[in-house]
Design a binder for this molecule. Structure first.
Ligand code: THU
Length: 160
């Protein structure tokens, strides 16, 4: 028997004003996308903005459905949009912002487990980490250097 320790790290910024200009622009795009979310059931809106190496910014937001499980998270809408429109360009960064019309989201909202797996597919595919920044509506922003940092013991095509 052996024990292993998996370490991860993140940088925490006090609010959006503490970000670099590039990160601030991307986060503002995520906020813009968030404001177009279709979330009539949960009232919880999420926006995602991906920066690609060709300098394109691809947006996504959550799309809910009266048949609840048929809805989709913002991150997967954005990553699949990016992969379908620009399959050959690497992803450099992802910014995520979440808000709710019933409560003030004042802590960082990380991508859900299913989104982490979906996002990791593309980090593995491009063989280059991409940065992830996430926040609520206000307050702190968490930044990680890779998707892998959010998903230890991740599953990828090397197992198949
Ligand atoms: N949601 C996202 O868009 N991304 C996440 O990572 C977490 C949850 C959406 C799904 C659903 O429309 C709403 O937030 C509440 O779960």
């Amino acid at each position: 028997m052996k024990k292993i320790e998996i370490k991860t790290s993140a940088t925490v910024y006090k609010d959006i004003s503490a970000l670099s200009t590039e990160d601030k622009i991307l986060m503002n795009k995520a906020i813009e996308a968030r404001n177009n979310a279709y979330a009539p059931y949960s009232k919880f809106s999420v926006g995602a903005a991906l920066l690609l190496e060709n300098n394109k910014i691809v947006l996504g937001n959550n799309q809910e459905n009266a048949a609840y499980p048929s809805g989709m998270c913002a991150e997967r809408v954005a990553i699949w949009k990016a992969s379908s429109e620009y399959p050959n360009f690497k992803i450099l960064k992802l910014a995520i912002s979440a808000s709710s019309s019933v409560t003030k989201v004042n802590k960082p909202v990380g991508p859900c487990g299913a989104c982490r797996q979906s996002l990791y597919e593309y980090e593995f595919k491009q063989n280059q980490p991409f940065k992830i920044l996430f926040m609520g509506e206000v307050g702190e922003i968490v930044k990680t250097e890779s998707l892998k940092a959010l998903l230890p013991f991740s599953f990828d095509s090397s197992y198949l």
